[in-house]
Design a protein around this ligand. Sequence first.
Ligand code: ADP
Ligand code: ZN
Length: 600
Amino acid sequence: MQDAPSLLKNIFGYSAFRGQQGEIVAHIADGGHALVLMPTGGGKSLCFQIPALMRPGVAIVVSPLIALMQDQVATLLAQGVAAACLNSATSSDAAREIAQQARDGRLDLLYVAPERLLMPRFLAFLEQLQISLFAIDEAHCVSHWGHDFRPEYQQLGILAQRFPQVPRIALTATADEQTQLDILHYLQLAEARVFLSSFDRPNLYYQVIEKHNAKKQLLEFIRHEHVGASGIVYCLSRKRVDETAQWLCDNGIPALPYHAGLTHQLRDSHQRQFLREEGIVMVATVAFGMGIDKPDVRFVAHIDMPKSPENFYQESGRAGRDGLPAVSWLCYGLNDVVQLRQMIEGGEMAALQKQVELSKLDAMLAFCETASCRRQHILAHFGEQHAPCGHCDNCLYPPVTFDATVLVQKLLSCIYRVGQRFSTGHVIDVLLGRNTPSMAALGHDRLSTYGIGKDYNQRGWRSIIRQLVARQLLQVDIARGQSLVLTEACRPLLKGLQPIYLRPLADEKKARSHISGDRWLRTEREERLWQALRAWRRQIADEQNVPAYVIFTDRTLRDLVERHPTSRGELGRAYGLGELKLARYGDALLQLLCEAASTV
Ligand code: ADP
Ligand code: ZN
């Protein structure tokens, strides 16, 4: 039996545990129960995979999605670990064979969906086996509070009664306390040790910009920073998903749509393509993404504002699981806020729940509008204190606020003069002194505020209005045609008793991440080697019909390019090269590396 550090090196090819991994592994290997809260990409899988190899018997891993089980199993098999999965797609012959392997003790990990695990026959089958541990992945699915509620998950507490002596480990990347309490309760983990990691994702660059033409802005962003990269674009509605995917394709970016309105087959096939092929942009509603293990997603773009900081954090967190630089890019406008507010207010929820949702929306808007560190802001939302990070848009290009007192007074009095009965568009038309068809009919061209805002432009006024809404100096009255309404808080401003400082329009080009694509490549030779390695990986992955990252992640290839090992010994120290991969691919890699060194 190998110890944990040897397994880490020999099987997975990593030289050291990350964060709390080592402690968690030791605790589970020792028979303890655990709840592991770790951000996406933190390395949760190893926390149960290594104990599974250390303890006798087979580990049962509960996982909610078939496609992901398959890829995890493929990844393990490629590392020489005996793993299998049972799901609705497994033929009965294959299932019998897997069951036999488990009985014979030839299987280290068995992945199953919760529905199957809970079937009486399956539980009876498990009772005949020696079980090393139960791992419950995506454990937040037990909670109504989470975003991926799955009723079957709540019944998994049965494992505690039927298998009291088997260690159970629940894992999630969802941080909030209510979800955490639900997991402990439903999974009967009262005795579990809780391992809470920092939720910081240091390799994510956060950028937030104001929306004027979301699709064009998105295209610019992808063209400038992410040509050829895998990415996810989140939209608020199905229609917008379809339009945006089409728009990207029309402009030469390979994109696929994903939302609940597509057939099951189409969704599966798009998800599969996204996982398997390189450089695909998935345009999706929030229906897409739970448990997406693809490690090399280089950007997550929101072209509409997410409805809460929790959603934002989860969705953007799907970028950069491999630890390499990745971007969270968010483009938002006042209309998003109005639309989301409408959806909440018009929804079926109980009044209290609506209140909660509305306050989350306010928190999301505050994140978008903040002039201070984005990372500090989002982590504070999860109760973590951090110093400014130094590498988000606001840290790198601090917005200089300007004295907007006079502009704000003009705006507020204009809203007051039109009777607080008109929406943003019309208020701005009055400020700019535009001669629209309704202007004279309403008599608004005779108001004292008509044309007093000509010294500022339309986008500028929109930005001011949004900032005032974010600070709750203005409200958008949805029941009355989205009219802008003054709040009590703006009284001192109207009276000129208090100055106000706002952010000017951001320079979105300046705030680009500058981490794009393959810019880390230093020389032409490195460039060639990188391309050669990728082409080689593609070929092997196609032959085996698995995603490229199952063969090697980008991070491994990058390590090979940067360190350029030329002997077997050096190769063995490369990131993510365990014994099996070294044996299988070592010669081919050395040959590629030597050829690259000799060509001029
Ligand atoms: P999570 O499930 O927490 O999102 P994963 O388990 O998928 O994260 O791990 C993310 C990536 O980090 C994977 O490619 C994994 O192989 C890698 N990884 C995990 N632990 C380590 C480690 N100790 N050293 C280096 N890489 C690691
Ligand atoms: Zn910052």
